[in-house]
Ligand binder design. Structure first.
Ligand SMILES: [Cu+2]
Ligand SMILES: [Zn+2]
Length: 187
């Protein structure tokens, strides 16, 4: 093979790699709108996925009591604003791991364990957090996506399961509000 034709093949391989990268980098976004229901927290949670492994979650939620509130991705979208377990299921847990916190590491937490949001004295919680191994849609690196699932905001602080109790869901109390995670692909 001549040097010349080797160069052509290398160029072709390079352009195939660039195309795959472009496909992988196709950005996905999603939104979850907590409905305005009398006596319940309401607000908006948005999701941006910049690459196949990481999702950035921004939230702005009002109507909470001051302090920490557990927030999770639950397994199913709510029916008729019913946040109960028969409607939204348990924590999104595609790999059968134990409950944990965002700092527990991927194999020591449910994928849906988003930790806590903190409301100030005016009842508003805002912030932005990013999660590795949380994907809006399934991909080769993260074979389970959260679009079509739900976000549930709880009455109490999620304790992150410090004792590694297999039955723990964080002791976060009642389910105050929930919404479906609705995705859209940006092309
Ligand atoms: Cu929950
Ligand atoms: Zn959990």
């Amino acid at each position: 093979m001549s040097i010349c034709s080797l160069f052509v093949i290398l160029c072709m391989l390079r352009s195939v790699a660039a195309n795959n990268e472009a496909e992988e980098m196709q950005i996905f976004q999603a939104v979850c709108n907590l409905p305005a229901v009398e006596g319940r927290p309401s607000g908006r949670i948005t999701f941006r996925q910049g690459n196949s492994l990481q999702t950035i979650i921004s939230y702005d939620i009002r109507g909470l009591s001051q302090g920490d509130h557990g927030m999770h991705v639950h397994a199913k979208a709510p029916r008729n604003n019913d946040c109960g377990s028969s409607s939204t299921g348990g924590h999104f847990n595609p790999f059968g791991t134990l409950h944990g916190s965002p700092t527990s590491g991927a194999s020591n937490r449910h994928f849906g364990d988003l930790g806590n949001i903190t409301a100030s004295a005016d009842g508003r919680a805002t912030g932005e957090v990013s999660f590795f191994f949380l994907s809006l849609v399934a991909n080769p690196q993260v074979p389970a996506g959260i679009v079509g699932k739900s976000i549930v905001v709880h009455a109490k602080r999620d304790d992150g399961n410090p004792t590694r109790d297999p039955t723990s869901t964080g002791d976060a109390g009642g389910r105050l509000a929930c919404c479906e995670i609705v995705g859209r692909r940006l092309v």
